[in-house]
Ligand binder design. Structure first.
Ligand SMILES: [Zn+2]
Ligand SMILES: [Zn+2]
Length: 111
């Protein structure tokens, strides 16, 4: 498996996170918090931040809307320790993976 080269292709819009906001009960968005790729769910109206557990990532359906940019197939989520604990989405057919942090917007871009 190699890391897929996004090659200047833009980031996606943010995606709805697996967690509801404890403040307003609304939906949250998954965004990138740090250059190393740390992800959190945030509620924009409340400016609240929520950590995501590994299970929420691996078992939730929030990330299933993202498809392989090459073959449009489904991606398998995993956690890579080679990539500093980053969440990865792998395409078995294309033999590559994407770092979720490379696809989602930085938190600063939403403020
Ligand atoms: Zn809220
Ligand atoms: Zn693919």
């Amino acid at each position: 498996m190699r890391r897929y080269d996004l090659n200047g292709r833009g980031r996606l819009g943010s995606i709805t996170g697996p967690r509801m906001c404890t403040g307003c009960g609304g939906t949250t968005e998954v965004v990138v918090m740090t250059p190393r790729g740390f992800l959190k769910s945030i509620c924009r109206p409340c400016l609240k931040e929520f950590s995501l557990t590994h299970d929420e990532f691996l078992e939730g359906d929030a990330f299933q809307a993202i498809e392989c940019p090459e073959c449009a197939g489904a991606l398998t989520p995993s956690i890579s320790f080679l990539e500093q604990g980053n969440y990865l989405l792998a395409c078995d057919a294309c033999r590559h993976y994407l770092r979720l942090a490379d696809l989602l917007p930085y938190v600063a871009s939403l403020r």
